[in-house]
Design a protein. Structure first.
Length: 281
């Protein structure tokens, strides 16, 4: 009986040793076997190795950083951008974690039937009380290129990109006058950003918060959230504001989309949820 027990324990120990050696061998395969492009592509070790290096670097500079991060988030910005891997939000803005509340999708769309986007906007504006919303497009966008070239794609991607084609249709006269397809695509990137900024102004939660901060303008300093249409160029790494005055677009849309109006003593001085963010006396 004792001999059988010792044998069972021995076999278990051998199995555990074999398992550890097998695990070590697999880890070695991840790091030592190479193909023409370097380490095996099925390895994700770089994520964890780089994470630890980054974590140690952060702790060295600021030992309390993660303790603060664990308590709450107070971002000033909601960033709505494209899912493109080249547009790494915090990296291109030079900001640390906790600065930006981020939503990304293909072609940086603000679609009123996209529950994910609408939920993000509601939480960022209504709960986190972000001061700014940045809607960021980027040149060389695959979604925009597909819309310009009429590329046939299966659903649901085709359904999603039809929103970009709708933007194209709204600005067909201007875009059709541009003969160079690459230049036309770059211009559609910019127009799409403007249209998505308009879509943000249409939302109930954004208008509601803007009216709320307008009524307390002395406390907040400006009407919030302020919406910023911007474009990033992966070819240069530069982030630029679009040279556009949103009120030029919103003025003719108020009768259709405006939900809230703040009455003033003089009716001519009334202000609404789609009004300007900087209010002069």
């Amino acid at each position: 009986m004792a001999a059988a027990l010792r044998a069972a324990v021995g076999r278990r120990a051998e199995a555990q040793l074999f398992s550890r050696r097998a695990s070590a061998a697999i880890r070695n395969l991840h790091t030592s076997r190479t193909c023409k492009d370097g380490p095996r592509k099925w390895s994700t070790d770089e994520l964890f190795v780089n994470n630890e290096a980054w974590r140690q670097d952060v702790l060295k500079k600021d030992p309390d950083f993660f303790a603060r991060q664990a308590k709450l988030q107070t971002p000033r910005y909601l960033w709505i951008g494209c899912s493109d891997s080249r547009v790494a939000t915090e990296t291109i803005c030079g900001l640390p974690p906790g600065s930006l509340f981020v939503h990304r999708n293909i072609a940086n769309l603000v679609n009123n039937v996209d529950v994910s986007a609408m939920g993000v906007i509601q939480y960022a504006v209504g709960v986190l009380k972000v001061e700014h919303i940045v809607i960021c497009g980027h040149y060389d966008c695959g979604g925009i290129a597909a819309a310009v070239k009429n590329v046939d794609l299966p659903s649901p991607l085709a359904n999603w990109l039809r929103n970009v084609r709708d933007v194209y249709r709204l600005h067909l006269e201007e875009l059709s006058s541009i003969q160079d397809q690459e230049v036309r695509a770059r211009r559609l990137v910019e127009i799409n950003v403007i249209e998505q900024a308009i879509n943000l102004y249409k939302t109930r939660i954004v208008q509601q918060r803007r009216v709320e901060t307008y009524k307390e303008i002395e406390e907040y300093g400006f009407v919030q959230p302020k919406i910023h249409p911007v474009v990033y160029d992966p070819g240069t790494g530069k982030l630029e504001r679009l040279d556009v005055e949103m009120q030029d677009y919103l003025r003719e849309l108020r009768d259709i989309y405006n939900l809230y109006t703040v009455a003033e003593d003089d009716e001519d001085l009334g202000w609404d949820g789609m009004g300007p963010s900087v209010v002069l006396p």
